[in-house]
Design a protein around this ligand. Structure first.
Ligand SMILES: *Cc1c(COP(=O)(O)O)cnc(C)c1O
Length: 354
C-alpha cells in the first residue's frame, strides 16, 4: 500500500499522470527504454559525460549508444552536436540533468518531437526543481529519478519512472514485477468486501519477460518521509552553494563548473574547474578534504570504446578540469569556510608561482 501512495504523491509533485516506483534509478532507465520494443541495434543518443547507468540501460535493451558532446559551460548535452550526431537509425535521446543542472529541454524537446525520437530525462541527479517554469520530470516522454543513498532524496536504494502514456505505464508496471499483468496489491484488494467475494483475486497472467525491479513498502515509507523534506533539502543545498560561490568568487584559477542558477534549483554537485585539477585534488587530500571526478567520459571506458567517440571536443577538454567538492544538506558553515580557505590558499600559491 505504501508503494502505491508514494507513487501517487510523487506523480502529483512532478505533475505527470503516472509513476512507477522501482528499486533503483538504473532499473528506471532500463524499463523506460525497454517498454518501447525498439528493434535490436537501433541507436540511442546519450551525453558522453554521465553516470554509467545512462548508457548501460541502452546496452541492456540490445540498442547502441551514440555519444553526444556536452556543453563546456554546464556539462549538459550539446544541442548543436546532438543535431549533428542524429541519424535515421536513432530511436531515442536521453538528456541528463548533470549535477542537477537542467539540460536545454526547451530546444531539445521540440526537435526530438519533429524527429520522432523518444525523449527520456535522466533526472537521477535532480528532484523537485523547476526549469523555465516547468518541473524537471515533465519535459520529456519518460523521466527517471534515483533515490540512491547520495541522491537528493533517498529510499536507501530506489527509483521512480514518471510519464503520461497509459499504455507504457501499464507495460512498465508489469515489467517491474515479473511481467505479471495485474498489480498484486490491487488484485488482492479486490478480495475484500462482500461485493467482490467471488473475484479471482489470486489470478494473474504472465504477459512479458519481466524483472524483479519493484520498490517495497520499507523503501516507500522512507520515500514518503523524505518527500516531505524535499524543499528543505533543496533550500539547504542552495544556501551552501551561495556560501561556496561567494567564497571562491575572486579566485583566478578555480571557477564553478556550473552557472548555478539557484532559484527553484535542485543541485546535486558542487563542482569547480581548474587547469590544475590533479594538483588541487592532491592538495585537498593533504588537507583532509574529499573530492571526486563526476564523471570520466564514458567513451574512455573499455566497454564503450567501440562506440563512436568522434566529435567530443568539449568532453575531452572539460573532464580534465572538473572536481566535485563536499556537498550535502547537513554540511556545516564551519566546514564550508575551511574548504574555501584551502581553495584560496591553493589559488594564491599558483599566482605566486607563476
Ligand atoms: C545515480 C544515477 C543513476 C543511477 O541511479 P541508481 O539509483 O544508483 O541506480 C543514473 N543516472 C545518473 C545520472 C545518476 O547520477
Amino acid at each position: 500500500p505504501l508503494v502505491n501512495t508514494f507513487e501517487k504523491k510523487f506523480a502529483k509533485m512532478i505533475g505527470t499522470k503516472y509513476s512507477v516506483a522501482v528499486n533503483s534509478g538504473t532499473a528506471a532507465l532500463h524499463l523506460s527504454l525497454l517498454c518501447n520494443d525498439f528493434l535490436k541495434g537501433k541507436k540511442v543518443l546519450v551525453p558522453s559525460i554521465t553516470f554509467s547507468a545512462t548508457a548501460a540501460s541502452v546496452l541492456y535493451c540490445d540498442l547502441k549508444p551514440k555519444f553526444v558532446d556536452v556543453r563546456e559551460e554546464d556539462l549538459t548535452i550539446d544541442f548543436q552536436d546532438l543535431k549533428k550526431k542524429y541519424s535515421k537509425d536513432c530511436v531515442a535521446v536521453i538528456c541528463v540533468h548533470m549535477g542537477g543542472h537542467p539540460a536545454q529541454m526547451e530546444k531539445i524537446r521540440p526537435w526530438a518531437k519533429k524527429k520522432n525520437l523518444l525523449l527520456i530525462e535522466d533526472s537521477a541527479e535532480s528532484c523537485g526543481a523547476s526549469y523555465k517554469g516547468k518541473k524537471i520530470g515533465r519535459w520529456s516522454d519518460i523521466s527517471c529519478f534515483s533515490f540512491e543513498e547520495k541522491k537528493i532524496i533517498t529510499t536507501g536504494d530506489g527509483g521512480m519512472i514518471c510519464l503520461n502514456d497509459k499504455k507504457k505505464y501499464e507495460k512498465i508496471k508489469s515489467l517491474s514485477f515479473h511481467g505479471w499483468n495485474i498489480d498484486p496489491w490491487k488484485r488482492h484488494k479486490k478480495s475484500f468486501g462482500r461485493k467482490n467475494k467471488f473475484t479471482k483475486h489470486w489470478a494473474y497472467e504472465i504477459k512479458n519477460l519481466g524483472y524483479k525491479y519493484n520498490m517495497n513498502d520499507y523503501m516507500a515509507a522512507m520515500g514518503l518521509a523524505q518527500l516531505k523534506k524535499i524543499n528543505i533539502f533543496n533550500k539547504k543545498r542552495q544556501n551552501i552553494l551561495r556560501r561556496y560561490l561567494y567564497g571562491i568568487k575572486k579566485l583566478k584559477n578555480i571557477k564553478p563548473t556550473f552557472p548555478y542558477y539557484l532559484p527553484r534549483s535542485s543541485y546535486w554537485l558542487f563542482s569547480v574547474k581548474t587547469k590544475y585539477r590533479d594538483d588541487l585534488i592532491d592538495y585537498l587530500k593533504s588537507k583532509n578534504i574529499s573530492t571526486a571526478v563526476h564523471f570520466v567520459p564514458l567513451p574512455l571506458n573499455s566497454i564503450y570504446k567501440k562506440y563512436s567517440n568522434k566529435g567530443l571536443k568539449n568532453t575531452f577538454k572539460i573532464w580534465k578540469q572538473i572536481i566535485s567538492l563536499p556537498f550535502y544538506p547537513d554540511l556545516e558553515n564551519k566546514k564550508i569556510d575551511y574548504i574555501v580557505k584551502c581553495l584560496k590558499n591553493f589559488d594564491q600559491k599558483l599566482n605566486f608561482n607563476k
